[in-house]
Design a protein around this ligand. Structure first.
Ligand code: PEP
Ligand code: MN
Length: 697
């Protein structure tokens, strides 16, 4: 070894120091949380503050991007830290002071339930004696028999859905929900030896494990999926049998715990695969009202039409937001149902107690399962905005203030009565008449449409991992909300670069994930729809496919936002009728995109029809964004047209950016360099807000 090269021992020692430094910083963070909790103890305000949490996340993500650290890594770590600090404050308010609990779970050691139970106990600073049981029923009965204080049972999985047996237990047994916990499921395939996948004859796992990896299992030619009572138990059995042709699906921790070799990591059908667990006790919990809380109940409604609706209206009318509604058969009563309802609320709150009284009067049967600190809540969403600008809604000056900018003038025009036009017969559902309020579409944690302004940016084509990763980082750092990248390219010449196809899609998704951005990509054919819909957050229909009616119909059948570009020689009416094809099939999540049309003008690649934005916003409730890159075809015109699009009332932009635009494999002339994109975003933020959230009328 050369003298100048540090040896691995020194490097590891350096790493150990960094790691213990991280833990010391976490301890310091917790001391500060304790001080904050003391201050909050005096007040009556809730301990969870969504705006403050978002501020914390935005702050650390900005530092991460300065330092070139993966945004998704930092987000994952800080979500855990924030959830720990909420739990820490909740513990103080709840007067928890440690102790021991006997906890029953289903399965063997290292089962997901085992891990979730440990996480729950750690969050409450409790020591635990954990006992695995063969079935959910056995674990629940251990609590009723007094052999355990708590049972931690899985109730739903984000991929496979509800666990019916546990719902049945909640209905039958006198048990109360006193807590919930979530666990990110990370399935792997493991065997006694490192063998090729083709040599496997059987794969053991809990039915849920098999179901969550159904696609992967289909790809194994010779292996028969075999149900086992538990994921970790399946690993244990594989280890005991030592047969190299048998493998099991469970967590990597279970594989390590039973000394197996992991053959393949991350085999679940969806990467974001979570299981929610309920914590059951023989008596209900009382939860401090400042702790974010959920209440669960079972409901059976009367036999009149609209009975269920009336019950749910009691909750919504009293300001309780429902987080889950599950219907299960009513035993012994064919075609009748019971409903399991979770909502945000606490029986200790008089408002909630009153709503429950009203609910009892409206329903045939109500069983309150308990109020408990909430862990599983949907990620908060926000309207898109530009760096340094006030959040959506506040950018619009109050009515009556002097008109100072083009947007104000547009408002004045929009406020003028619209001439009574003959109603078009080509579309109905996308017509503004069908829905007065703007349609708002969720993409990742950002809302498109209504207020706010969303920027989708990235290269015309995904060309390499480096190219798309650097684009993703850069555009995110400068305020973009969505990463674009074509992988199936509609090129005029068959000899031009056609895109990287499926491999490009993987690169795009990985880059988006790393930067913490949702992704948009073009879908060209009917048989690509399902597979792209699984991976991408928005499916783009290119200008050349605007009237590919089979493709539009197919897109209407998936639950994914669709960005529909205007056909290069289509009228606005034809464009809206094309959107109707998608919406008529059931998918209402259509974003329109003006990208320029063919005219006699040849100075620009296309003629960007910005008046289409004003017309579309009047005729339809769908969001409309503008693509000034294809609209002009030349990079020097992109920024001014982006500026104009915002002033005209567009809900956002689609912009092509490339690390080395002149070398781009497609649309080089119109792609912005990083510097140009940064300048554009800075200037855009200076354009005053555009038209208000709702349409005319
Ligand atoms: C694109 O966005 O790269 C694209 C091909 O756009 P259009 O369909 O508008 O030409
Ligand atoms: Mn392009």
């Amino acid at each position: 070894m050369s003298e100048h090269q540090p040896d691995i021992y020194d490097l590891r020692q350096g790493l150990d120091e960094v790691d213990s430094g991280i833990v010391r910083l976490i301890a310091r963070r917790r001391d500060l949380i304790t001080a904050i909790a003391k201050v909050k103890e005096q007040g009556t305000s809730a301990i969870q503050d969504a705006d403050r949490e978002r501020g914390v996340l935005d702050g650390v993500m900005a530092v991460a991007s300065d330092l070139g650290v993966s945004a998704s890594l930092v987000r994952t770590i800080f979500r855990e830290l924030i959830s720990d600090s909420v739990a820490q404050q909740a513990r103080r308010l709840g007067g928890d002071s440690g102790g021991r609990a006997r906890v029953a779970f289903q399965g063997a050691e290292h089962a997901y339930s085992h891990a979730a139970a440990q996480k729950y106990l750690a969050g409450r600073e409790l020591d635990g004696d954990l006992t695995g049981h063969r079935t959910f029923r056995d674990a629940a009965d251990a609590v009723l028999a007094g052999d355990a204080d708590l049972a931690v049972l899985p109730i739903e999985n984000t991929t496979a859905g509800s666990i019916n047996e546990v719902y049945a237990l909640l209905r039958e047994r006198q048990l109360f929900i006193v807590g919930e916990e979530t666990w990110k499921v990370d399935h792997c395939l493991a065997a006694a030896q490192d063998v090729p996948l083709s040599s496997l004859s059987r794969i053991l796992s809990h039915p849920q494990g098999l179901e969550q990896c159904a696609q992967f299992l289909q790809s194994l030619p010779n292996a028969v999926p075999t149900t086992y009572f538990d994921t970790a138990g399946a690993m244990q059995a594989v280890a005991a049998a030592g047969d190299p042709t048998v493998a099991a699906i469970a967590s990597p921790e279970a594989a390590a715990g039973y000394g197996l070799v992991v053959l393949r990591h991350g085999i679940a059908d969806t990467e974001d695969n979570y299981t929610r667990f309920v914590v059951l006790s023989a008596s209900p919990a009382a939860v401090d009202r400042r702790i974010p809380c959920k209440t669960s109940l079972i409901l059976a409604t009367g036999h009149e039409e609209g009975d269920l609706l009336r019950c749910l209206e009691v909750l919504s009318g009293s300001g309780h937001s429902m987080t889950k509604l599950e219907s299960r058969p009513r035993p012994g009563r064919p075609w009748e149902y019971m409903f399991f309802v979770d909502f945000e609320g606490n029986t200790a709150d008089p408002r909630t107690a009153a709503a429950l009284d009203e609910l009892r009067a409206a329903a045939l049967f109500v069983k309150i399962l308990g109020s408990y600190p909430a862990k599983a809540l949907r990620a908060p969403v926000r309207h898109g905005g530009l760096p340094g600008q006030p959040p959506a809604g506040q950018a619009v000056p109050p009515a009556g203030s002097p008109a100072q900018d083009p947007a104000d003038m547009l408002e004045a025009v929009a406020a003028a009565p619209r001439p009574a036009a003959a109603r078009s017969r080509q579309y109905r559902l996308v017509d503004r008449a069908a829905r007065q309020a703007d349609t708002v579409i969720r993409v990742g944690d950002v809302l498109v449409g209504g207020g706010g302004f969303v920027v989708m940016a990235g290269p015309c084509s995904v060309e390499s991992a480096d190219q798309i990763t650097s684009c993703a980082r850069f555009v995110r750092e400068h305020g973009a909300h969505v990463l674009r990248g074509g992988v199936f390219k509609p090129r005029t010449s068959p000899y031009a670069f056609q895109g990287l196809g499926w491999q490009g899609l993987d690169l795009l998704v990985a880059a988006g994930r790393e930067a913490g951005l949702p992704v948009i990509t073009e879908v060209m054919a009917v048989d690509q729809v399902l597979r792209i819909a699984k991976a991408a957050d928005i499916l783009q229909v290119g200008t050349r496919n605007m009237q590919n009616f089979d493709l539009l119909r197919e897109l209407g059948k998936v639950d994914r936002p669709v960005l529909l570009k205007r056909g290069l020689s289509s009228t606005i009416e034809e464009w809206l009728a094309a959107a109707e094809y998608v919406v008529a099939q059931g998918n209402q999540q259509v974003i329109l995109c003006e990208r320029g049309i063919r005219t006699f003008e040849s100075a620009t690649r296309n003629t960007l029809d910005l008046s289409a934005v004003a017309v579309v916003r009047e005729r339809s409730h769908l969001p409309v964004i503008v693509d000034p890159s294809h609209g002009t075809g030349q990079r020097r015109y992109v920024a001014p047209m982006a500026w104009a699009a915002r002033a005209a009332g567009a809900h956002g932009l689609l912009i092509e950016v490339h690390p080395d635009p002149d070398q781009a494999l497609s649309d080089a002339d119109q792609s912005l360099s990083f510097d140009q994109f940064a300048a554009l975003m800075a200037r855009l933020a200076a354009v005053p807000g555009s038209v208000p959230a709702s349409g005319p009328g």
